[in-house]
Design a protein around this ligand. Sequence first.
Ligand code: NDP
Length: 337
Amino acid sequence: MGFSKGTSMTTTYRAFVLSKDGDTVGAAIQHRNMSTLGDGNVTIRVAWSSINYKDGLATLSKGGIVRDYPRVPGIDLSGIVTESSDARFKEGESVLVTGFGTGVSHDGGYAEYARVPGDWVIRCPENLSPREAMIFGTAGFTAALAIQRLEHQGIKPESGPILVTGASGGVGSMAISMLSKLGYEVHASTGKTAEHNYLKQLGASIILSRDDVSTQGRPLEKEKWAGAVDQVGGDTLSWILSTLKYEGAVACTGLTGGVKFRSTVMPLLLRGVSVLGVDSVMYPASSRATLWQRIAGELRPDHLELIAEELDLEHIAPVLQQILKGNIRGRRIVKLD
Ligand code: NDP
């Protein structure tokens, strides 16, 4: 592509585009004119994006993510600013964007260029490359938010073990790695027997099976965990509530196992248990940069590369289907540069 500075010499860019025909959503790589970029005051030459569960949902006609087509999905992106009328960002700076409308109501990261509102943009911390920023992406940011929620609840490494469910996925891998870096004893539940060794390498000391943590038990079972990061929901969340220790808390991040859960008020009234919501999408822009500094510093796993696998734009489509089946381990990052 012929450009060095700015976007003035660039006329087209490649993008993975979703289109809808009746009830069917199709995907194709297109050469788009620069005039198709979304509204916003910061234009970014996208270097990296990533694959999240929500990006998989975006490809489904009834996934509830994308309403207007054509749409470039990709809820995460990082790269270099090529044009900015926002005084906070200068040409040539490394930046990252996660959440807000990215890849949902606004064209996202599966394209060589993106234009977004400056309020969505975060400067990459000095010790975090655009590539590393996408290994974390929304999954890492969500795991960090969940840990922050547990900490605000007073939970510390000495409080006891933390359970991470859906452990081999993106949020799960990140949560295990970050908690273990902070000195927590981490227990992990997974549906993938082949990934026990991987989870131990990330820092989990005990591995449970997915079935062990999704049983229909009594309202109060034996107390086990000081806290939990749960990205499964459904029966797993019900079971976690009955097994949290006194004043324990569960940070709810996901729904891969279902949106409905059953419980009673007993864990809340008799054990002072808390259910904590986690939302990475609309988390206030004003607090994001501080959390990214923490991600790049004390929360940064020593084995970041173990979690990541690279792919290019041409290989996105099958991976988006795989993630919906729960078959992806760790994080897949998309190379655009
Ligand atoms: P991944 O697909 O990478 O991870 C999900 C993991 O959940 C799978 O790897 C699998 O792990 C487990 N799983 C899959 N299917 C089932 C099932 N039927 N029952 C129980 N467990 C299952 O997805 P992400 O990490 O990107 O996202 C995880 C969840 O978190 C999603 O629901 C997503 O929507 C949500 N999310 C929410 C955010 C927020 O802001 N609240 C932000 C980001 C994600 P294993 O085989 O190890 O059990």
